[in-house]
Design a protein around this ligand. Structure first.
Ligand code: NBG
Length: 800
């Protein structure tokens, strides 16, 4: 069948690509080369590249429709996609064609590429993981759709004023988004509030969800999947014409504005009641629109509900989409008239849940009152699910009231709240942690009761990252070297082939080329001497991740430089990147202190050429792709037992950075693979940390017995850094929730070992190569393969 319906094929020569560009410029931008702006050129280029992916998407859709496969549906509140242009050039095979064609039309390719804005649809690790998994799903030809929200404003843009974090709106789609296909004709109506009467739920407010989609191409295959993003649209009825006519312009649009606020910003501030309700609204909006879409898609080829879970597996990315469980129950029982047990069995075979945290405070709960007000029917359904759960607990553990209380979907004290993680575990067939240690800790602590009741439900899938984005696109120089070392580019689709680099670690000329790639990446960052050790800590700011520990080390190095130069070590640039949640005061104060310490050191001529602290603002994927190739040392220093996995640790190791880290998250598996001799381990392990926290932990005792530690903290307290950060120091002395002081000495001593290793550049380079060589396991292709085997059980469909 001719899927193009006789349309001429897209060009593959430079001249043809140029023709396609011209045609898009003329017909879709309505302009000509003579009058086109750089923005016109960028949009045109994006459309021309997108056309090539669209052609593949059409083929993929036809093949997927034909085979009526089991679909993987990924529900996520965020997708941290990163810039799209370079990725889509690479995946569409137009990396060389495009700049040549632009140049020949008189445009500057670099200026055009600089207009590509990274979508503001994500925040941190779980959002980036979602993006890597979708990349790998497409690369492995798995029929998959990602569902999310099309936020107008992303997570804030970070800048610093007098060293303090300032948040500005991230209006990422201000100029429009040429990668997106809007589909206003596929709107879904979503209800909120109202009451449950004899005729069922009667919502008090309705909003339309309007979809658009972004293409997700696979690498080295024809498959192109997509992400469907929902944007809230006021219904026609929400505009009050009579008020408008009466001059009440604000009141006239009040309802419409409230409706459209649902997809206004990612993670609205939840320090107010209305902010919290808005988050809950977003969550329901996402799952309601997405489930209707999934059901619509199911009905293309299927009719019998008994087949539903054979045709769809829905992965809940953390607890944000957990309302999908009661929502599917509602659709099946209230709208499709299935009986409760049949509906519950479908639900239980359809959903799976990934947990991304170990912090108890990060497990979401919603006040019963709020949930019942916003979604009265869903609360009834949750109660009914809870009855079934508690009946099972009571029959398995007669008389164990405490267990019933712990496992209930409803927390009673101090306020009645719905425990979303318990609901997620109860309504799914599989629950996974994201690294081996994390999955173990989930079953032994957080979900211990559930793992006792349903041991088969729990499994591990260690995270991974896309080698296309985080090696090939981020580090083209190193990629070329790897390809020449291995003799082919196959490693980009099978990262275990990196093992082939092991013998090259013994080859002096390869080592020298490896080193020059690092230096080149460092020089490109523009942070001064590329011969200095680049020590990198890039991640969200959170006390458990312990940026404050790195800071104490920097102050110690500074003190040594001034008064004990023999112990200073090697020239070092420390680079931080990351944002603190706007309402997280302690994390923001750590940021402020880092900037203050950085300024003090920069102003001291004695530190020049020896120690420098850089903190470029607004860390995002674009910046990560510049920093990661340049990094020599990767800081993964969380308190053991707190970091679920980490994925930055994998990206850095794959690019040849050596890790200094605790036995936390995926660090454990990285160290197992790269070898203990190629990893700088320090500090308490998870069991020791737990034991120390359980007793009467006294951070002051470390302060009192360690002169260097005392000097570092005293410097902060005495105002040596412009008086900034005194609360940080006091909180370390008084509470130190994350055992920073307990791990300080081991950390500083291990950093001395780092410096010693750095002095021997041949040794360091060997270790660097071996880190990359042994990190192939951390490809998201392997992660997806594990999900397929352990959870999804979906098979590839290749477009012919
Ligand atoms: C993060 C964890 C990381 C983990 C990513 C992806 C959240 C809530 N959690 O350790 O902190 O690597 O998820 O699994 O973003």
């Amino acid at each position: 069948m001719d899927l193009r319906n006789g349309l001429r094929p897209l060009g593959s020569t430079p001249a043809e690509f140029e023709q396609d560009l011209l045609s898009n410029l003329y017909y879709r931008r309505g302009t000509t080369v003579e009058s086109a702006s750089a923005q016109d050129a960028y949009e045109t280029l994006a459309l021309t590249v997108r056309d090539r992916l669209a052609a593949r998407r059409v083929k993929t859709a036809a093949a997927q429709y034909d085979s009526n496969p089991r679909w993987v549906y990924y529900l996520s509140a965020e997708y941290l996609l990163g810039p799209q242009l370079e990725q889509n050039l690479l995946y569409s095979g137009t990396t060389d064609l495009a700049p040549a064609a632009l140049k020949s039309l008189g445009f500057d390719p670099a200026e055009v590429a600089a207009l590509d804005v990274e979508p503001g649809l994500g925040n941190g690790g779980l959002g980036r993981l979602a993006a890597c998994l979708l990349d790998s799903l497409a690369t492995l030809d798995i029929p998959a759709v990602g569902y999310g929200i099309r936020y107008d404003l992303g997570i804030f843009k970070q800048s610093f004023e007098n060293g303090e974090q300032v948040e500005k709106p991230d209006d990422w789609a201000f100029q429009g988004d040429p990668w997106e296909f809007p589909a206003p004709d596929d709107r879904n109506r979503v209800g909120f509030y109202g009451h449950v009467g004899p005729e069922g739920w009667v919502p008090g407010e309705v909003v339309d969800g309007e979809p658009s989609h972004l293409l997700v191409p696979g690498y080295g295959t024809e498959t192109v999947n997509f992400i469907r993003l929902w944007r809230a649209r006021a219904t026609e009825a929400s505009f009050d014409l009579s008020r408008f006519s009466a001059g009440q312009y604000v009141e006239a649009v009040d309802q419409a504005v409230r409706a459209e606020n649902i997809s206004k910003v990612l993670y609205p501030d939840d320090s107010t009641e209305s902010g919290r309700e808005l988050r809950l609204k977003q969550q329901y909006f996402l799952v309601s629109c997405s489930l209707r879409d999934i059901i619509r898609r199911f009905r293309f080829r299927n009719h019998d509900w008994a087949d539903f879970s054979a045709k769809a597996v829905v992965q809940l990315n953390d607890t944000h989409p957990t309302l999908a469980i009661p929502e599917l129950m509602r659709l099946l029982v209230d709208e499709e008239q299935l009986d409760w047990d049949q509906a519950w069995s479908i639900v239980r075979q359809t959903f799976a849940y990934t947990c991304h945290t170990l912090l108890p405070e990060a497990l979401e709960t919603w006040p019963v009152a709020m949930l019942g007000h916003l979604l009265p029917r869903h609360l009834e359904i949750i109660y009914q699910i809870n009855e079934g759960l508690l009946a099972e607990v009571r029959s398995r553990f007669p008389g164990d009231l405490d267990r019933v209380r712990r496992m209930s979907l409803i927390q009673e004290e101090p306020e009645r709240r719905v425990r979303m993680a318990n609901l997620a575990v109860t309504g799914t067939f599989a629950v996974n942690g994201v690294a081996e240690l994390h999955s173990e800790l989930l079953t032994s602590t957080t979900f211990h009761d559930f793992a006792t009741l349903w041991p088969d439900r729990f499994r591990n899938v260690t995270n991974g990252v896309s080698p296309r984005r985080f090696v090939r696109l981020a580090n083209p120089g190193l990629s070329t070297l790897i390809t020449s070392g291995l003799g082919s580019e196959d490693w980009l689709r099978d990262l275990s082939l990196l093992e082939g680099l092991v013998p090259l670690a013994e080859d002096a000329s390869f080592r020298s080329q490896w080193r020059s790639e690092k230096r080149r990446a460092k020089a490109a960052l523009g942070l001064g001497d590329p011969g200095a050790l680049l020590d990198v800590m890039i991640k969200r700011f959170h006390e458990y991740k312990r940026q404050q520990l790195k800071l104490l080390h920097i102050i110690t190095l500074y003190h040594r430089l001034k008064s004990d130069p023999g112990r200073f070590g090697v020239p070092r640039t420390v680079l931080f990147g990351g944002k603190a949640a706007p309402a997280y005061r302690a994390a923001k104060e750590i940021i402020h202190l880092i900037n203050a310490v950085s300024a003090t050191i920069a102003a001291d001529p004695a530190a020049s050429g020896l120690l420098r602290v850089a903190f470029p603002p607004n860390y995002n994927v674009t910046l990560a792709e510049k920093i990661i190739p340049a990094a020599d040392l990767s800081e993964q220093i969380s308190m053991a037992g707190k970091e679920a996995s980490g994925t930055g640790n994998m990206k850095l190791a794959l690019n040849g950075a050596l890790t200094i880290g605790t036995l936390d998250g995926a660090n454990v598996e990285i160290r197992d693979r790269v070898g203990a001799g190629n990893f700088f381990l320090f500090g308490l392990d998870a069991a020791q940390a737990l034991a120390l926290r359980a007793g009467p932990y006294q951070p002051r005792s470390y302060y009192e017995s360690d002169p260097e530690l005392r000097a570092a903290i005293d410097a902060i307290l005495s105002g040596a850094f412009g008086g900034v950060g005194q609360n940080v120091a006091r909180s370390l002395l008084d509470r130190d929730d994350y055992l920073t002081l307990a791990d300080y000495r081991a950390y500083v001593d291990t950093q001395d070992e780092v410096a010693a290793a750095w002095r021997d550049q041949e040794r360091w380079t060997r270790m660097s190569i071996l880190n990359a060589a042994h990190s192939g396991f951390f490809s998201s292709d392997r992660t997806v393969t594990d999900y397929l085997e352990r959870i999804w059980r979906a098979a590839p469909v290749r477009p012919s």
